[in-house]
Design a protein around this ligand. Structure first.
Ligand code: PEP
Ligand code: MN
Length: 282
């Protein structure tokens, strides 16, 4: 396989830091939260307030939804992006949103602080090249059938176009297991830290598809050294037009945030860190 020239961690050990608003990804632990889809102004603005109140640092919602069935909710498109703009205005939270078509990248950048590439588009090379030319950081989800090397090669496509601000997102892969929606591969956290300088966030919502498993997997991701989490939150999950089973309600999100922040604080404590690992959790 060709060399990963740009994503590889060099001997100098310098890791990528990405500044978005007040947050430096790769340095500050980040929780990106919001509904699977932007469904209406009310649902989105209320969810954004809940994310802010619960302690979320960025707001994420899909205006373009790449759905398995063409008959399922596809997102509100431009109208959805305008709603996200209002959510940012109201809460001050940076916006993370998915782009699914290379032709949309330049104008979606006007609304997005971070562009998300979804699992289904991880190997959409024309899309990767286009976001590689954009002046926005890119959150690159792992494809559901992809190996780590394939995923890193996709990140390499983006960096090769000049955009060095890539955040990797593990969201689970397809295995023979059916109890969970996907198999959340937390071994990617140390593996990514070993191979690349890029930050990694974990998405336990899509990674498990089950509300009852999200808390434990979020905390496990923090303990394993993730740079952040991506969590689906909906003001009224039972009415969600997509991913209803995995979205936290505002109360559940706020309670989970407390635990995440507490554990992260503990993990950052130098004395604690070196007492269990010799300081090698990054
Ligand atoms: C999403 O983030 O809502 C989504 C569709 O996720 P994925 O691309 O990981 O399936
Ligand atoms: Mn979703």
């Amino acid at each position: 396989m060709s060399k990963l020239k740009l994503v590889e961690l060099t001997d100098r050990g310098i890791r990528t830091r990405i500044k978005v608003g007040d947050i430096t990804l790769g340095e500050d632990f980040v929780v990106i939260a919001g509904p699977c889809g932007v469904e209406s102004e009310k649902q989105t603005l209320e969810t954004a307030e809940a994310v802010k109140a619960g302690g979320g640092m960025m707001f994420r919602g899909g205006a373009f939804k790449p759905r398995t069935s063409p008959y399922d909710f596809q997102g509100l498109g431009l109208e959805g992006l305008r709603i996200l703009e209002k959510a940012k205005l109201n809460t001050g939270l940076p916006i993370v949103t998915e782009v699914i078509d290379p032709r949309d990248v330049s104008w979606v950048c006007e609304f997005a602080d971070i562009l998300q590439i979804g699992a289904r588009n991880m190997q959409n090379y024309s899309l990767l090249k286009e976001v590689g030319k954009a002046e926005r950081p890119v959150l690159l989800k792992r494809g559901m059938y992809s190996t780590l090397k394939e995923w890193l090669n996709c990140a390499e496509y983006i960096l090769a176009e000049g955009n060095l601000n890539v955040i990797l997102c593990e969201r689970g892969i397809r295995t023979f297991e059916t109890y969970t929606r996907n198999t959340l591969d937390l071994s990617m956290i140390p593996a990514i830290k070993e191979l690349t300088h890029l930050p990694i966030v974990i998405d336990p919502s899509h990674g498990t598809g089950k509300l009852s498993l999200i808390e434990k997997m979020s905390l496990a991701a923090v303990a394993a050294g993730a740079d952040g989490l991506l969590l689906e939150v909906h003001v009224n999950p039972c009415e969600a037009k997509s991913d209803a089973d995995q979205q936290l309600n505002p109360g559940q999100f706020a309670a989970l945030m407390q635990k995440i922040l507490k554990l992260n604080h503990f993990m950052q404590d130098k004395a604690f860190k070196s007492s269990i690992t010799g300081g090698d959790i990054q």
